[in-house]
Design a protein around this ligand. Structure first.
Ligand code: ATP
Length: 326
């Protein structure tokens, strides 16, 4: 997507690390997110995504390193950050007996918002809350405890956005939402960045991130292992190829073709996965033989992602359906 990225850094971490006893949840993370950007933060369960967000908000103190959000120190200036940031936690607690309307009013009055003159005030804009709820198709008059999982999630999104934050820190925000509401929320994120806001979108689902992110950071076992523009990830997208050849062929003929994965030959049928950049060389090798049948289809980004960055190194940090050579 195209955004109005200004280059102004809204999130900056340097050597950010957090240990819980002997568990290293986050190790030396250096990250920069710019204004006008949706930054996807992807990693399997237990990779350290929630820990990162909680460090950015000053809810946790780093063991080592530093985090700055909107130019402020995350640990020392947390209240000033909270006034300007919207946070969707992964496991939020709500006051179950209060209706959505009462909750937004109560939490809005507790939350500090900055006035034009720089003074802090409570912030509750009923019309804005109603507009957000309407877009997400949320009934504000039901007690939070009676809401379904998806409707509860909608209320959490409204609570995160009702004070018009400059930066959204989102931990799996579309979890439980039906597809139509997901589309609406992604549109709201795009509007937010178009108006100069920024988003850090944490998820273990690539599909959620690829629909909206400009850049993607990949975290595994507490380490940031790659940062890619989404276009780059797409260009490395794998193609699955299957060719049925009439005459004798050997795998060694394909040794020079770069970046092939899962190369196999059985009963004259050759199969492999290849990035787009290797297809020309691959097809030229195949052309030395009589080709009886040929099929080539693009694999999803999920498979590409797992192939390049998949192998988790920590117990528990695993993806289902992992590619064989990942
Ligand atoms: P998920 O996608 O499952 O929410 P995550 O990427 O958000 O995972 P974190 O919740 O940040 O991962 O956890 C990172 C690591 O830190 C995990 O090994 C986890 O078990 C550990 N961890 C997190 N919180 C604590 C805690 N309070 N005490 C001890 N270990 C913790």
């Amino acid at each position: 997507m195209t955004t109005g990225t200004t280059g102004e850094v809204v999130i900056q971490t340097a050597g950010l690390s957090k240990s819980y006893g002997r568990t290293s949840a986050l190790v030396d993370v250096d990250l920069e997110v710019h204004r006008g950007e949706v930054f996807g933060y992807l990693g399997p369960n237990g990779a350290g995504k929630t820990t990162t967000l909680r460090l950015l908000l000053g809810l946790l103190r780093p063991t080592r390193g530093q985090a700055r959000v909107l130019g402020l120190d995350s640990w020392r200036q947390a209240p000033a950050i909270h006034a300007r940031v919207g946070y969707v936690p992964g496991d939020p607690a709500l006051y179950d007996k209060l209706t959505g309307r009462a909750l937004t009013r109560y939490l809005g009055s507790l939350r500090g918002c900055y006035d034009g003159d720089g003074s802090l005030r409570g912030c509750y804009d009923g019309a804005h809350v109603a507009a957000l709820a309407q877009r997400l198709d949320l009934d504000l008059d039901r007690p939070a405890g009676t809401l379904s999982k998806g409707n509860r999630q909608k209320l959490i999104l409204v609570l995160a956005m009702m004070h018009r934050p400059e930066l959204l820190l989102l931990d799996e925000p579309t979890s439980g939402l039906d597809p139509l509401v997901q589309v609406e929320f992604l549109a709201m994120m795009r509007e937010h960045v178009a108006e100069g806001g920024s988003v850090l979108l944490s998820s273990h689902v690539l599909d959620e991130v690829q629909r909206v992110a400009d850049r993607v950071g990949i975290i595994r076992a507490g380490r940031l292992v790659a940062i890619e523009r989404l276009e780059t990830l797409r260009a490395r997208s794998l193609h699955r190829l299957r060719a049925h050849l009439a005459d004798g062929v050997s795998l060694s003929e394909f040794a020079e073709v770069p970046d092939l994965h899962d190369l196999r030959l059985r009963d004259g049928v050759l199969t492999c996965s290849a990035p787009q950049s290797s297809l020309d060389a691959l097809v030229k090798r195949l052309a030395a033989h009589e080709v009886l049948d040929l099929a080539c289809e693009e694999a999803g980004l999920e498979e590409t992602f797992l192939t390049y960055y998949g192998a988790p190194t920590e117990a528990g940090a695993s993806y289902a359906g992992q590619a064989e050579d990942a």
